[in-house]
Each structure stands twice: as structure tokens, then as C-alpha cells.
Design a protein around this ligand. Structure first.
Ligand SMILES: Nc1ncnc2c1ncn2[C@@H]1O[C@H](COP(=O)(O)OP(=O)(O)OP(=O)(O)O)[C@@H](O)[C@H]1O
Length: 217
């Protein structure tokens, strides 16, 4: 059996005075889609931040690509390979171009930057010639979410982690987001981990769905 991209054993995380995640085990193969379901407050967002290497687990082991991840230096390096679209992403108070290219510019990865930004906008169904120069102020909620996703897609992460990416969006924007995520997996082999209350969608697209349980107070 090949080495999974993500593998975890006995992961737990606590906020002060409050357990948030207690997960016996997890395996996600490269190129797979893992769905994450569960009622509010069952630790989905917290688990996604652990898998995106933003939070260290309190206990347990998290392995990425066969290696145990134990240090902040490792997590910082892996954040270049794994990207989280949070539940309520914030845009920079700048143009769409600035937003979509931000991560590339921070990395000093500027080759063909305009073409890559245009390609990412195309993936989320926003016409680059209309949107690249547009201010963040001139975007609807659904357009802003699609720009935020384009800003992650442009980085071509090995794994893209989406936290309720279609919550409170109009139907057309939600469909564009779903299509763009699936296109990343199909065209680039991007591994997807998606938390959503849209169980029908998760069941349709996911290779596995993990149901998060309730944790005692
Ligand atoms: N920064 C924080 N400080 C303290 N407690 C927190 C913090 N963030 C989340 N929690 C608590 O940890 C638990 C898990 O929260 P989390 O946001 O991970 O759940 P969730 O399943 O993503 O919920 P939702 O579906 O509402 O987004 C909840 O009880 C929540 O109130």
C-alpha cells in the first residue's frame, strides 16, 4: 500500500478548559477527497487547522508524506504545500490582482504571475479581464469567496483544505466553488479535505467522509 499524504494517530487538541478534537486515526491518500461532516462545534475547523499545520496537536502523531511532523520549522515548510481556505476568508483591501497574487509575491515566485492569476480566476469562473483590476470593495460575497479560493489555487498546493467553502453563498457561486475544487483534484491531482454541512455533495464527491462526534464538555 502506498504511503498516505496525511496520516494521524490519536490526535487531540484542547482550547483552554475545552476539548475540541479527539481523533483516533486518519489516512488520506494523495489525490483523494476527504469529507468532514458533523454538527456545529464538533471540532471540524480545529482539525482542519491542525491538518493545515497552523496548530500543533496537543497529543498524537501527524505524518505528512510518510514523515512525522513534530517541529514548528517543519510545519512552516509544509504550509507551502498545504493551504487552508478558512470559513470566512479575509481579502486584502486591494485589487483582485493583489489578492490573487499575494502568496506568489510573498514567496518571490513571480514568473508568469499575471497568466497564473488569470488562470486561477478562470478556474473559479471569474472573467480575468473584468475582475483582475477590480477593487475588493466591488465584489459580492460570492465573488469575494471565489477570489479567496483563486488566491489558494494559484499556489498549486499539494493539498487544499476547505472549511465550509459554500456556506451562505448564492447557488451559482457555490457551484463555481465546487467545480473549481474538483477541477484542481482532476487536473492537478490536488488532495482535497472539505468540511461541509452539504452532506449530499460530500457523499457524492468524497472518497471517504469522516463524521466528527460530540465531545464531552
Ligand atoms: N479560539 C477558540 N477558543 C476557545 N474555544 C474555541 C475556539 N475555537 C473554537 N472553540 C471551541 O472548540 C470547539 C470546536 O470548534 P470548531 O470551530 O473546531 O468546531 P466546528 O465543528 O468547526 O464548528 P462549526 O461547524 O460551527 O464551524 C467548540 O466547542 C468551539 O466553541
Amino acid at each position: 500500500m502506498s504511503i498516505p499524504l496525511f496520516e494521524a494517530h490519536g490526535l487531540s487538541f484542547r482550547y483552554p478548559g475545552r476539548p475540541a478534537v479527539a481523533l483516533p486515526g486518519l489516512r488520506v491518500a494523495a489525490g483523494d477527497i476527504l469529507g468532514l461532516a458533523g454538527p456545529n462545534g464538533t471540532g471540524k475547523s480545529t482539525l482542519l487547522r491542525i491538518l493545515a499545520f497552523l496548530y500543533p496537536p496537543a497529543e498524537g502523531e501527524l505524518r505528512f508524506d510518510g514523515r512525522s511532523v513534530t517541529s514548528e520549522a517543519q510545519r512552516a515548510r509544509l504550509r507551502r504545500q498545504v493551504t487552508l481556505l478558512p470559513q470566512e476568508p479575509r481579502l486584502l483591501s486591494r485589487s483582485v490582482w493583489h489578492n490573487v497574487t499575494y502568496g506568489l509575491r510573498v514567496r518571490g515566485d513571480k514568473q508568469n504571475i499575471d497568466e497564473r492569476a488569470a488562470e486561477a480566476l478562470d478556474m473559479v469562473g471569474l472573467e480575468p479581464s473584468r475582475f483582475l483590476s477590480r477593487s475588493w470593495r466591488q465584489l459580492s460575497g460570492g465573488e469575494a469567496q471565489r477570489v479567496a479560493l483563486a488566491a489558494r489555487l494559484v499556489l498549486r498546493p499539494r493539498a487544499l483544505i476547505l472549511d465550509e467553502p459554500t456556506a451562505s453563498l448564492d447557488a451559482a457561486s457555490a457551484e463555481r466553488i465546487r467545480q473549481a475544487a474538483l477541477a484542481a483534484r482532476q487536473e492537478r491531482g490536488t488532495t482535497l479535505i472539505i468540511a461541509s454541512h452539504d452532506l449530499r455533495w460530500l457523499d457524492t464527491v468524497s472518497d471517504h467522509v469522516l463524521h466528527m462526534g460530540d465531545y464531552p464538555e
